[in-house]
Design a protein around this ligand. Structure first.
Ligand code: GDP
Length: 592
C-alpha cells in the first residue's frame, strides 16, 4: 500500500475493486459512495484520479498522484523513415519541406471534426471551391507556409504504416478531449508516436464544453511525460474547439514551430521516393493511388514501383482534383497507371525503365515468398541468442493486465529486471484483453506481448500468427517475471509444442457457492488430465485458456477422466461457461 500518514498515492485511473482494496473497504461500499456522488460504476470499471480522490477523502485520506514507474523508453532507436530516405542525398542539396502531419487520438475526441475544421478554415478554397474529394491527404497554407495533413485518422492506418516499416508522418497531432481526458487510445497513440520517434503536438479539443477541464488533462499528459510548455515542459498543448473552429490557427502555428525544430528536409532534385497513402481499384479508372512524395519530384510519365505494383503514371492530380505535372517533397498526388493496388504504407520509388521495374517487382515477389517460408517469431526464447549475436540490445514489451492494480507491480518488477545488460522497454501497458491493435504495435516494434489474467482475442491471435508476434499469457505474476528474467539470462527453456490429450463437451453448468461454476461434461476423445492445460471453446472462439481448478468424477477428485466418462471441471478464475462449449486438454512439450 502506498500510504504515508493519511496520504494515499493513486494512479490516474483505478478500478473500483482496486480502490476498495487500497483503503480496505468493500467494493460494494465504494460503489455506493460513488453513487451518492452521482457516478455509476461497476466493480471492474476504472474511475479517474479526481473521482477516486473524492471517495477516499470520505475515509480521511488525502489523495496524491502516484509517482509513475518509468521504464526506459529511450532504447527503441527507430529512425523516422524519411531520414532513412534522404540518407544518400548530398547534405548541401537538402532544403526545408512542408511537415506531414497525422492526427491521432481516442475515439470521439474529435479527430474527424478537427481534420474538417482545418480543411474548411485553411485550405485555399480558390478556383475549385474547396476540396470535393478525399484522397487521403490535403494541404493547408498558413503565413505563406504549407502543411500536409494525412486525412486517414485512426490507428489502423498509422499502425499499418509503421508495421510495414514505413513512416509517412513527421508530426503527430494528438487530439485529447478536454472533457474526457487521457483515455486508452490516447496512451496507445503516444506509444506509437514515441516508438516511431515522431514529435507530438497536443490539440486539447472541445474546450467549448462546459465540463472541459484543461488543467486536469495537462496533469494527465505530464504524467505520461508530455509536460505542457506552459508548465515548463517541451510539449505544445493547444486549446481548440473543432466544432466552433477556434484555436485552429494556433494549432497550425504550433505544428510549424515543432516542424522548425525537427529540421524536416529533402532534396527536390534527388531520388524520387515516398510512401503510399491509399490505393483502390476504381471501376472506370483502374488502379488509383495517393502517393506522398518524401524526396525528389514526381512527374507525370514517371515509372513507379510501389511494393509489388508498378507502372507508368498516366495522370496525376493534386488533392483538389486539379491535374498536375509535378509533385515535390511532402506533396500528396493522386495517380493512375499502376498495375496493381499498392498497400498503404508501402514505399514507392521512381525507376529508369519498365524492365528495371519488372526486375525489382519479381525480386520482391520472390523475397516475400521466401520470407513467408522462413518466417520466425520474435520470441522470448530467441532473445538471448539475438543478444549474443549483437542483434538485440533491449527487450520490447507490450503489457496487458486485467486491472490497474496488477499492472503496477508487474511494471515495478520489470523495471528492476531491465537494469541489467539487456534493457527492458515497455512500449505500452494497459488494462484489457489483448486485441489486434496490441499485436500491430508489437509487430511494428518487434515486441513481445505479455498478458496477465487476460485473454487474447481471436482476431488478435490470428494476426499474431501472421505477423509472427509472441503472445504469452500468465496468471501468476512471479511466473511472468520469472520468464522474463530467464529470457534475459538466456536460461529460458526452448519453445514448446502443444500436444493434445483429449476433448470434452460441456453438457450442463452447475453453480456451487464459494466455488463458482463447474462444467459437467463428457469426455469425447482422449482424456482430461488434472494438471494439464485446458482451453474452452465456444464455436470457433476461444473463451478461456489456462488451468483447471478441479477435476471430479461424481464426488471424488480424480487425476484424469477418460473417453466416455462424465466429469466435473472447474476453471481457474473463470466461470463464464455455457452448455455446448468444448474443452480441449493439452500439454506443452519441448519441441525438437
Ligand atoms: P473522432 O472519433 O475522434 O473522429 O471524433 P469526431 O470528430 O467524430 O467527434 C466526435 C463527437 O464530438 C462528434 O459528435 C463531434 O461533433 C463532437 N466534437 C468534436 N469536436 C468538438 C468540439 O470542439 N466541441 C464540441 N462541443 N464537440 C465536438
Amino acid at each position: 500500500m502506498n500510504e504515508n500518514g493519511n496520504r494515499l498515492e493513486l494512479p490516474a485511473s483505478i478500478a473500483v475493486r482496486d480502490l476498495a482494496q487500497r483503503i480496505e473497504k468493500s467494493p460494494i461500499e465504494i460503489i455506493k459512495k460513488l453513487m451518492t456522488n452521482g457516478v455509476m460504476a461497476t466493480i471492474n470499471q476504472p474511475v479517474d484520479f479526481d473521482t477516486a480522490a473524492i471517495v477516499v477523502a470520505e475515509y480521511g485520506f488525502e489523495a496524491i498522484p502516484e509517482t509513475v514507474v518509468e521504464v526506459a523508453t529511450e532504447e527503441a532507436g527507430e529512425v523516422p523513415l524519411w531520414r532513412q530516405m534522404i540518407a544518400g542525398e548530398d547534405a548541401s542539396q537538402l532544403t526545408a519541406r512542408p511537415p506531414v502531419v497525422t492526427i491521432l487520438g481516442h475515439v470521439d475526441h474529435g479527430k474527424t471534426s478537427l481534420l474538417d475544421a482545418i480543411r474548411q478554415t485553411n485550405v485555399a478554397a480558390g478556383e475549385t471551391g474547396g476540396i470535393t474529394q478525399h484522397i487521403g491527404a490535403y494541404q493547408v497554407e498558413l503565413k505563406g507556409r504549407t502543411i500536409t495533413f494525412l486525412d486517414t485518422p485512426g490507428h489502423a492506418a498509422f499502425t499499418a504504416m509503421r508495421a510495414r516499416g514505413a513512416q509517412g508522418a513527421d508530426i503527430v497531432v494528438l487530439v485529447v478531449a478536454a472533457d474526457d481526458g487521457v483515455m486508452p487510445q490516447t496512451r496507445e497513440a503516444i506509444a506509437h508516436a514515441k516508438a516511431a520517434r515522431v514529435p507530438i503536438v497536443v490539440a486539447l479539443n472541445k474546450v467549448d464544453r462546459p465540463n472541459a477541464n484543461p488543467e486536469r488533462v495537462k496533469q494527465q499528459l505530464a504524467e505520461l511525460e508530455l509536460v505542457p510548455d506552459d508548465w515548463g515542459g517541451q510539449t505544445l498543448v493547444v486549446p481548440v474547439s473543432a466544432r466552433q473552429k477556434q484555436g485552429i490557427g494556433d494549432l497550425l502555428e504550433g505544428v510549424l514551430l515543432v516542424a522548425d525544430n525537427a529540421d524536416i528536409r529533402a532534396n527536390p532534385n534527388g531520388k524520387v521516393i515516398g510512401t503510399i497513402i491509399e490505393g483502390e481499384l476504381d471501376k472506370s479508372k483502374g488502379v488509383v493511388a495517393t502517393l506522398l512524395v518524401q524526396n525528389g519530384t514526381l512527374q507525370a510519365g514517371d515509372i513507379v514501383v510501389a511494393g509489388t505494383a508498378y507502372g507508368r503514371l498516366k495522370a496525376m492530380n493534386d488533392y483538389r482534383g486539379k491535374p498536375i505535372k509535378k509533385a515535390g517533397p511532402s506533396t500528396p498526388a493522386l495517380v493512375m497507371g499502376l498495375s496493381d493496388v499498392p498497400s498503404a504504407g508501402d514505399v514507392f520509388e521512381v525507376v529508369g525503365s519498365d524492365r528495371e521495374a519488372r526486375e525489382i517487382v519479381t525480386g520482391r515477389t520472390d523475397a516475400i515468398k521466401k520470407k513467408a517460408q522462413e518466417r520466425k517469431k520474435v520470441s522470448l526464447e530467441d532473445l538471448f541468442s539475438a543478444y549474443e549475436k549483437g542483434e538485440a540490445k533491449s527487450l520490447s514489451l507490450v503489457l496487458k493486465a486485467d486491472v490497474q492494480g496488477s499492472l503496477e507491480p508487474i511494471l515495478g518488477e520489470l523495471e528492476k529486471l531491465g537494469k541489467g545488460e539487456i534493457a527492458i522497454n515497455v512500449l505500452y501497458s494497459e488494462t484489457g484483453n489483448i486485441g489486434e491493435n496490441d499485436v500491430m504495435l508489437a509487430s511494428a516494434s518487434k515486441a513481445i506481448i505479455l498478458g496477465f489474467s487476460v485473454q487474447a482475442e481471436v482476431p488478435a491471435r490470428r494476426l499474431a500468427e501472421v505477423e509472427g508476434v509472441d503472445i504469452r499469457l500468465y496468471d501468476i505474476i512471479y511466473r511472468l517475471t520469472e520468464d522474463v528474467e530467464k529470457a534475459l539470462k538466456g536460461m529460458l527453456a526452448p519453445e514448446f509444442e502443444e500436444k493434445r490429450l483429449g476433448r470434452a463437451q460441456v453438457l450442463k453448468v452447475f453453480g456451487i457457492s464459494k466455488v463458482g461454476k463447474i462444467a459437467g461434461c463428457r469426455v469425447l476423445e482422449g482424456e482430461l488430465r488434472r494438471n494439464a492445460k485446458v482451453r474452452l471453446k465456444r464455436g470457433a472462439d476461444i473463451v478461456f485458456e489456462g488451468e483447471m481448478s478441479s477435476l471430479k468424477h461424481e464426488k471424488d477428485d480424480v487425476r484424469e477422466a477418460r473417453t466416455g466418462f462424465e466429469c466435473g471441471v472447474g476453471f481457474k478464475n473463470f466461470h463464464d461457461i455455457e452448455p455446448g462449449d468444448m474443452i480441449e486438454c493439452y500439454v506443452l512439450e519441448k519441441s525438437e
